[in-house]
Design a protein around this ligand. Structure first.
Ligand code: HEC
Length: 204
């Protein structure tokens, strides 16, 4: 009776396994997550600013969902309620994960008034300038991942109220990870932003 030699079968299997191992999977190491919209903003403590404007600022910050980026864990659906607005340990890369393996990453800042790790040393004018033009206290242009282009349309009095509110929330000490330049390795987790149009599809 003819007996199938075992070796070729083994060789073919090994070959298939080897070719699988070398197939590039750009999404390896990724998992799908659902960001959590944070529509809450911490209560302000007593401050030198008029209560009415501070309350208006809180309303605007909650309405515009600043905490959806600036709160740790929110970007991966696990917002840390104890760290509202105190910055994110999860960064944002705005590039195509299918083609870029080491993207530039920015980490949403701590925007509570902690003097060391937050915006405690910023003046109201400096906060308003950032919201309306994206220019920070060092004169650098903030990347549009921070949606200042949209906020540039804020009425000056609303932007000022938001700045007064941000200076009146309890300061939280938390240092966000340093931004990562394109090509460098990330030392903290990050997500990708991006919308990709499918160019091929099956017509009916
Ligand atoms: C889509 C995510 C996102 C949203 C929403 C967002 N930000 Fe930001 N914001 C960022 C990122 C990322 C940075 C850091 C930018 C950088 O490092 O260049 C930043 C930076 C800032 C800074 C500068 C802080 C610093 O230390 O340099 C302020 C102030 C700020 N945001 C306030 C706000 C306010 C107020 C809102 C809501 C009206 C808001 N942001 C909404 C992502 C966001």
């Amino acid at each position: 009776m003819f007996k199938t030699p075992q070796l070729p079968t083994f060789a073919v299997t090994a070959l298939i396994l080897a070719s699988c191992a070398t197939t590039y999977n750009p999404l390896q190491g990724y998992e799908q997550v659902e960001p959590a919209p944070v529509l809450d903003a911490p209560s302000a403590t007593e401050s030198d600013y008029p209560a009415e404007q501070v309350e208006r600022g809180r309303y605007m910050v909650a309405l515009l969902g600043c905490g959806s980026c600036h709160t740790d864990g929110a970007l991966i659906g696990e917002p840390n309620a104890a760290r509202l607005l105190a910055g994110s340990e999860v960064g944002i890369a705005r590039s195509n994960p299918l083609t870029v393996s080491h993207p530039g990453i920015i980490y949403p800042a701590n925007i509570t008034p902690d003097r060391e790790t937050g915006i405690g040393d910023w003046t109201l004018e400096e906060i308003v300038t950032l919201l309306q033009s994206g220019v920070d206290i060092h004169g650098s242009q903030t990347l549009p991942v921070m949606p200042w282009l949209t906020y540039s349309l804020l009425l000056p009095e609303d932007a000022a109220a938001m700045a007064m509110y941000l200076k009146s929330v309890p300061p939280v000490k938390y240092q966000v990870p340093a931004n990562v330049r394109p090509g460098q390795r990330a030392k903290a987790p990050f997500i990708h932003f991006g919308i990709y149009r499918r160019q091929q599809y099956e017509a009916e």
